[in-house]
Design a binder for this molecule. Structure first.
Ligand code: ADP
Ligand code: MG
Length: 212
């Protein structure tokens, strides 16, 4: 994965977040404060500006800019959590110009570890971790099985989607939704849903690059 593909991912993620802004906000209306889509869409708009102003020269540099911008521009829980995920992934990649499958897998592991350190969420707490962790595991399993980038990203995106759907019956134990107690059950977690979208964007651009 080179710098151009990393930039393409971020641009595609910004696009799907914008397209799903109202959907994500509606999910947050059910169990939060109706701002998740707005928060992320604003964040990714700032991200695109920052990338245009100072174009990074490496995949890790792109991810560090994404993370730093999300931390500084997005309020709420999700800005620092997503920001930390991208920053940790960027740091993990270091200054490599073209990340191989193992480096990408390590970067994803670093991302989910960062989210869990900051937010202290366990699997099953009905948060973005419920989408991100199975995705990271699916990516690692695909790499172990010698899958290529398209197959590994597709496996990760599908695992994130399943993980997000599986948050519906759960009771939220972290974040704003936990204030609702059992009334948080029956709704998909907005942060898990956005994680599935962002990883879906990665699978999309990987497939496009492969067929180009
Ligand atoms: P806020 O809850 O501050 O309004 P957002 O609405 O933007 O922020 O984001 C809410 C999402 O953040 C939740 O759906 C959940 O996925 C995620 N989240 C909240 N708290 C945590 C946490 N401690 N660990 C992991 N994810 C969390
Ligand atoms: Mg919210």
């Amino acid at each position: 994965m080179d710098t151009a593909l990393t930039l393409a991912w971020v641009e595609q993620a910004a696009r799907v977040v914008a397209e799903n802004r109202d959907h994500l906000t509606n999910l947050d209306a059910a169990i939060g404060d109706s701002d998740h889509g707005i928060n992320l869409d604003r964040g990714f708009t700032h991200v695109l500006d920052a990338l245009r102003q100072t174009p990074p020269q490496t995949p890790g540099g792109v991810l560090l800019t994404v993370g730093g911008t999300l931390i500084s521009k997005v309020g709420g829980a999700s800005g620092p959590l997503y920001g930390t995920a991208f920053r940790r992934a960027g740091k993990s990649l270091g200054d490599t110009a073209n990340a191989d499958m193992h480096q990408l897998s390590d970067a994803l592991v670093a991302a989910v570890e960062g989210v869990r350190q900051l937010g202290a969420a366990n699997p099953g707490d009905k948060t973005m971790v419920d989408a991100l962790l199975p995705a990271v595991e699916a990516f690692a399993a695909a790499v172990e099985a010698d899958a290529d980038l398209v197959a590994a990203c597709t496996a990760a995106a599908e695992a994130a989607e399943r993980g997000s759907a599986a948050t519906i019956p759960l009771q939220a134990l972290k974040g704003r939704a936990s204030y609702l107690g059992p009334r948080s059950m029956g709704h998909e977690d907005p942060g898990a849903a956005s994680t599935a979208l962002i990883l879906g964007a990665l699978a999309t651009v990987a497939a496009e690059a492969h067929h180009a």
